[in-house]
Ligand binder design. Structure first.
Ligand code: RB5
Length: 159
């Protein structure tokens, strides 16, 4: 699978480990940074390009990390077409894809250890959306809201 990954300084070490582990597992990895440990960097600078690549289909799924994972998930979900979830547990890493078609997993580099984080990533990547009608219905409502919001924004006069 072609996977994108991004982090700020809060998850830099974890991201570096994952790039190697994902490649060793046979995945193609696009690294959206950070490309060095800079305590002054900002997660949107890395997570937005990742989310845009996922939404555009340039990568199939994304892994976004920051200190807590909160900022990364807030940020990723601003990009239309993104269904990002902050995940700490195995059940949600699997069910988030099967039921909610999660396309970016967000994690906290300061809140999960490397072994748990790697299990979450592997579980996320192995899971498939169920295509069940109730989940399609629910996601359709989310997508309809997103489309309506964008349409309204497009018709608003620019000052
Ligand atoms: C940066 O120190 C930290 O605030 C950030 O990585 C993240 O945890 C935000 O949600």
């Amino acid at each position: 699978m072609r996977i994108g990954i991004a982090t700020d300084h809060g998850g830099y070490g974890l991201k570096e480990e994952f790039v190697g582990e994902l490649k060793a597992a046979g995945h193609e990895v696009v690294d959206f940074g950070a490309h060095g440990l800079d305590p002054g960097d900002d997660y949107p600078d890395f997570v937005i390009p990742l989310a845009e690549a996922v939404a555009a289909g340039k990568v199939e799924r994304g892994v976004a990390i920051c200190g807590s994972g909160v900022g990364a998930s807030v940020c990723a979900n601003k990009v239309p077409g993104i269904r990002a979830g902050l995940v700490h547990d195995h059940y949600s890493a699997k069910q988030g894809v099967e039921d909610d078609h999660m396309n970016i997993i967000c994690m906290g580099g300061r809140t999960v250890g490397p072994a748990v984080a790697w299990d979450l990533v592997q579980t996320f990547l192995a899971a498939q959306f169920s295509q069940e009608s109730r989940h399609l219905r629910r996601l359709g409502k989310v997508a309809a809201y997103e489309a309506a919001t964008r349409a309204t924004a497009a018709t608003m006069p620019k000052s």
